[in-house]
Design a protein around this ligand. Structure first.
Ligand code: ZN
Length: 224
């Protein structure tokens, strides 16, 4: 049996929502099972959860739920765990020699809190200064979506997106800001529906106060 003090610790960590590491904690054997087998396994386990809660699985409305949840986990909301689903990073040369800030605002973030398995929903704002390479704007959305589609902690997701962008764009001049609502804060615990959490990671020239101020002005819709 699990040591009760471990449960206590898990509860405390769960509400802290803090993680310092960049990598999602995956086991080495994470992809030994193929998607089809994972769906079959999760379906059985989720059925067990519903049964344990006392639900009648012969009911028409509930019968298909274990399969739907299993398929949703593997193919949709946690599909970003699998590196095979990582968006292809095609960049092209910055032929206009544009040296200003490129900002893509209000990118949808739909993720899942890894401490409570409920949604994290919000917006990401991505800025970079091209250094010879640019990417199609929709690529930024795809990178956000890939890292969002896994059990997450907002701080880690922010770091993972920043790191990937630095790599794809071949520059350190990248900033990622995420503003998100955590359903574990809305629907349980403190039950605060009004709050949102903002995280921001700056690197390269965005660490510089002047560049940061320029970015903030653009984000707020004011031009310098
Ligand atoms: Zn949570």
């Amino acid at each position: 049996m699990r040591d009760p003090s471990m449960n206590k610790m898990a509860e405390e960590i769960g509400d802290e929502h803090f993680s310092e590491t960049l990598y999602t904690p995956l086991r080495k054997d994470a992809f030994i099972l193929d998607d089809k087998t994972k769906i079959e396994e999760i379906e059985k386990l989720f059925e067990r959860i519903m049964y344990t809660l006392g639900l009648d699985l012969s009911d028409d409305s509930l019968r298909g739920t274990p399969h739907r949840v299993a398929k949703m986990y593997v193919k949709e909301i946690f599909s970003g765990l699998n590196p095979e689903n990582k968006p292809q990073a095609r960049s092209f040369s910055n032929k206009y020699e544009y040296k200003g800030i490129v900002l893509e605002k209000d990118i949808d973030v739909t993720s899942t809190c890894e401490h409570h398995f409920v949604p994290i929903i919000g917006k990401a704002h991505i800025a970079y200064i091209p250094n010879g390479k640019v990417v199609g704007l929709s690529k930024l959305n795809r990178i956000v979506d890939y890292y969002a589609r896994r059990p997450q902690v907002q701080e880690r997701m922010n770091k993972q997106i920043l790191n990937e962008l630095k790599d794809v764009l071949g520059t350190d001049d990248v900033a990622v800001i995420i503003d998100a609502k955590h359903f574990c804060v809305h629907t349980r615990g403190i039950k605060d529906t009004g709050s949102s959490t903002i995280t921001a990671e700056y690197s390269g020239s965005f660490i510089n106060a002047e560049k940061k101020a320029e970015l903030m002005n653009l984000l707020n819709g004011r031009l310098l």
